[in-house]
Design a protein around this ligand. Structure first.
Ligand code: P6P
Length: 341
């Protein structure tokens, strides 16, 4: 039986590998873990609260107004970051503008965090897995000043850490700091994330494709061709076509892709010409993890982490997955026109 390693122990051991590390990033990652545990508790009780405890209109048993779980999750992360002092500001899906923190302690923080506190939250009502996605950058602005927009609009290759939490049959935190990908499962008995998936590698090929096929006739022809000729045909050496799996929750679909191999695509469509997923706090962090695990992540035209962001909530077409499948999909796009419809 392998030795139990908690996330905190793992982070501290990895920090020791950096002789000049001063511990701020380690503390930031620990703060993210604590906020994730709080969100996990809320998510696990959502059905109960919404359908029993919160049954009287929009107030809970304490008479407080019932907040959307997305907002509750957003507040958990913001409060932990403010208390920790390592973060000078954030941008999240739940806030139209970025939030520079005002205290001097926070203004001295070295990092900014961009995150989606609860992606796929519409799935809560049907008890489907959802997730948190986060991306960490060093600030560009001067320490001691308030964070600014340029701190937030950094290309994905500038990330110092990225990860996600999947609230599924178990709660798992998966992250990278640019030295591989490691997965931790929350043990509810001890309240600790424990190393369960060391050094995660995405299989080079796979047989699972994840796309909302309702979009197949309103996306670019090259993608439709990829799906019809690679995914839905029994190819040489195979006994059957690929399997289609689409959960409708990016973190859950990507987590399966990371472990089993496959491809996830949310393309540009006639209804969403820029695509649906957000560059800063969905695509970049997932792309960082995918590449660190040996996969690829593109817009169908270019590497996601090369894009220079222009807006906080900018959307892009998103292709991510096993190297072989991604190259086949890109080849189909090139033949039938780039990611444009
Ligand atoms: P659709 C959830 O809203 C989300 O942002 C991703 O988590 C998910 O993969 C996608 O949108 C689902 O979108 O249009 O297929 O329902």
């Amino acid at each position: 039986m392998s030795q139990l390693v908690t996330l905190h122990e793992f982070i501290m051991a990895r920090q020791a590998d950096f002789p000049f590390a001063s511990g701020e990033l380690s503390r930031l990652l620990s703060d993210i873990a604590v906020a994730s545990k709080m969100v996990s508790m809320d998510v696990r009780r959502a059905g109960l609260v919404d359908h029993i405890l919160g049954a009287e209109g929009n107030t809970n048993v304490q008479g407080e107004e019932q907040q959307k779980l997305d907002v509750v999750a957003d507040n958990h992360f913001i409060n932990l970051f403010k208390a920790g002092g390592e973060v000078c500001g954030i941008a999240s899906e739940e806030n139209d503008d970025y939030l520079p923190f005002k205290s001097q302690k926070s203004r001295d923080g070295k990092y900014v965090v961009l995150f989606d506190p609860l992606d796929g939250s519409s799935n809560i009502d049907v008890n489907v897995s959802i997730g948190t996605i986060f991306s960490v950058y060093r600030r560009k602005s001067k320490t001691g000043e308030e964070a600014n927009l340029q701190d937030m609009l950094q290309a994905g290759h500038e990330q110092v850490a990225a990860g996600y939490v999947v609230y599924g049959s178990s709660t798992m935190l998966v992250y990278t700091t640019g030295r591989g990908v490691n997965g931790f499962t929350l043990d509810p008995l001890i309240g600790e994330f424990c190393l369960s998936h060391p050094d995660m590698k995405m299989p080079e090929n796979g047989r699972i494709y994840a796309i909302n096929e309702g979009n197949i006739n309103i996306c670019n022809p090259g993608l439709k061709k990829y799906v019809q000729t690679y995914c839905q045909q029994t190819r040489e050496g195979a006994s059957r076509p690929y399997s289609g799996r689409y959960i409708g929750s990016l973190v859950a679909d990507f987590h399966r892709t990371l472990i089993k191999g496959g491809i996830y695509v949310y393309p540009s469509t006639t209804t969403d010409p820029e695509g649906k997923l957000r560059l800063l706090y969905e695509c970049n962090p997932i792309a960082f993890i995918a590449e660190q695990a040996g996969g690829l992540a593109t817009t169908g035209v270019e590497r996601v982490m090369e894009i220079q962001p222009e807006r906080l909530h900018q959307r892009i077409p998103f292709y991510v997955g096993s190297k072989t499948m991604m190259k086949q999909a890109m080849a189909c796009l090139e033949k039938d026109g780039p990611e444009s419809i």
